[in-house]
Ligand binder design. Sequence first.
Ligand code: PMP
Length: 378
Amino acid sequence: YPNPRTFAFASVEVAFKSGARVTIDGAELDDALQYGATEGHAALREQLRAWQAHKDGVTLGDDQLVVLSGSQEGLFAVAYLLLDPDDTVVIGEPEYPGALSAFRAFCPGVEVMPVDGGGLDTAALAARLAELRAADKRLPKLVYCVSNGHNPAGVDLALDRRRQLAALAEEFDLLVLEDDPYQLLRLEGGARLPTVQSLAPERVIRLDSFSKIFAPGLRLGYASGPPALMRALVLFKQAANLHTSSFAQATLSRYLAAVDFATFGGEIEKCCALYRRNRDAMIAAARAHLPAEVTFNTPAAGMFLWLELPRGYDAKRMIAADTRDELVLLVPGEAFSTRGALKHCLRASFSTVEPEAIDEGMRRLGRMIARERARASS
Ligand code: PMP
């Protein structure tokens, strides 16, 4: 350990938007700036276990939680630890590109399942697993799922599918990687659905993230699951980065100590209200300005709207041709497929734009689509 007297900080004061103010100094500051335990800051891990019990009804043992530098680290670590070159991993289509690139780094094999209005199509997965078993073929090792506010599809995984996924994991000896950074960014009322982890705790590695409910740049998230797998994650972190930033962890820990879970929940609800307003603006603008042949769901959580244009339209071509003039930022569907599918789809985000700009953006997208229609039919 370096001598704390050499650390550059004298004291740190943080004022939170919730009204909480904290000062970190003395021995606590030395700790917050020193190397720390690989599995995470002890006080924070305790708070996170209480948080998981509070929000998900899941009780985690002390050996079942590892603090991560964002859930992205968990995606990479799980892929690194579990996937061998001859394995396959089940993914959805569309799917979050950050997960696809983590999986692709270690195993080329994917089983691609559709993602529709109810999330990952678990009936299609059940049929595929039965087919593989009947043919005596190797089964996938891991199923990746984003349970809420799917990026890019915007959908939640339906309750019956959560249950089916939990049952399939048991029946076919699979692990599920439940990636859930948008869980608490609810855009609709009603009770939250049970996490897949709560339905099959022995089979699930769950990733929680503070990026969308606290601040993404601090890089804070955590993995939870069976102790043996958490131990492997600790070994991974010892080799990769020793631990997640002590300072970031101390800041979150002091925040959680300064506000109770109800206050934190209220702060998260303010985030939801902002995104809900923007989502409503985007849906209204899409209805007003996009041609009827463009289809989309109303996102239930998260910050994305997934749009399907008619087949034959090429979103990448459209974006390349027009986005610089129209100044609308969109991601073509192909980015969310491992096999260059979804050419006719695109993702819009309503996170950082004000409703007036969302309306203007959709008006411009309407013009872009009209020009693409001409290209598609020529
Ligand atoms: N998973 C999904 C589905 C995401 O959309 C993102 C962020 N774009 C991540 C993981 C990574 O988030 P974090 O900041 O927690 O690493």
